[in-house]
Design a protein around this ligand. Structure first.
Ligand SMILES: Nc1ncnc2c1ncn2[C@@H]1O[C@H](COP(=O)(O)OP(=O)(O)OP(=O)(O)O)[C@@H](O)[C@H]1O
Ligand SMILES: [Mg+2]
Length: 229
């Protein structure tokens, strides 16, 4: 079984009288070490799918298995452990804490895991070095460029050394050149063995992936296996 496995997943959101069927019977297998791009129109269910893959939310019906654990069978605290240790999240809008420095933002996921302060700060500094922000560790998000903010958020996603990185439009707020730098970084992490699942609207970004999954109206319509020549 792959590192992520979805079997007949449906996700409905109830809004008053209305029910939105965001995912309508989705099957998906993602192998460990794959780099997958998810594409589809606005509202087609991409972020909902990512929430399933990262165990952020439970399906209305069907099964989601992450690292061979059926997420429906996990308690709230077991889910929290799975999320913080197995999965790192990168968002279009970076989602950094504005009052915290780059170092503190990157150290935060380790705080939740109870890592001592000196170790947290040492590892956070190393992760920021790695994305070439060693000279920006004391900057707050508003004192950083968009590309630098996204590199901080990638460092934060790596804080607990997860197997899976989920990136929802990681280059959506960046210019092409800065976006390419982020894509190279994701490719590098993939070469180091991380499984990457990325939502993108940009066909150029999708070319970095091994495989493209197309979703429309909550259904995966086709999944191209790209030859890697
Ligand atoms: N919390 C929610 N409550 C009610 N409806 C929701 C909720 N989240 C998403 N939806 C609806 O579910 C559908 C899928 O939303 P989703 O966010 O997964 O789309 P998306 O493909 O990520 O779109 P975009 O490209 O615009 O980010 C949409 O019709 C949306 O309005
Ligand atoms: Mg979305």
């Amino acid at each position: 079984m792959g590192i992520v496995h979805l079997d007949g997943v449906e996700k409905e959101y109830e809004l008053g009288e209305n029910i939105v069927r965001a995912l309508r019977g989705t099957d998906l297998e993602i192998e460990s070490g794959e780099f997958v791009a998810i594409m589809g129109p606005s509202g087609s269910g991409k972020s909902t799918l990512m929430n399933m893959v990262g165990a952020l939310d439970k399906p209305t019906s069907g099964t989601v298995t992450v690292d061979e654990q059926d997420i429906a069978e996990l308690s709230r605290s077991e889910l929290a452990v799975l999320r913080s240790k197995k999965v790192g999240f990168v968002f279009q809008t970076f989602n950094l804490i504005p009052t915290m420095t780059a170092l503190e933002n990157v150290a935060l996921p380790m705080l939740f895991r109870g890592v001592p302060k000196s170790e947290r700060h040492e590892r956070a500094a190393q992760l920021l070095e790695r994305v070439e922000l060693g000279d920006r560790i004391d900057h707050r998000p508003k004192e950083l460029s968009g590309g630098q903010r996204q590199r901080v958020s990638i460092s934060r996603a790596l804080a607990n050394d997860p197997d899976i990185i989920l990136a929802d439009e990681p280059t959506g707020n960046l210019d092409t050149e800065t976006g390419d730098r982020i894509m190279s970084l994701l490719t590098e992490l993939n070469s180091d063995g991380k499984t990457i699942v990325m939502v993108t609207h940009d066909p150029h970004d999708a070319e970095y992936a091994d495989r493209i999954i197309n979703i429309q109206d909550g259904v995966i319509v086709d999944s191209d296996e790209e030859d890697m020549t």
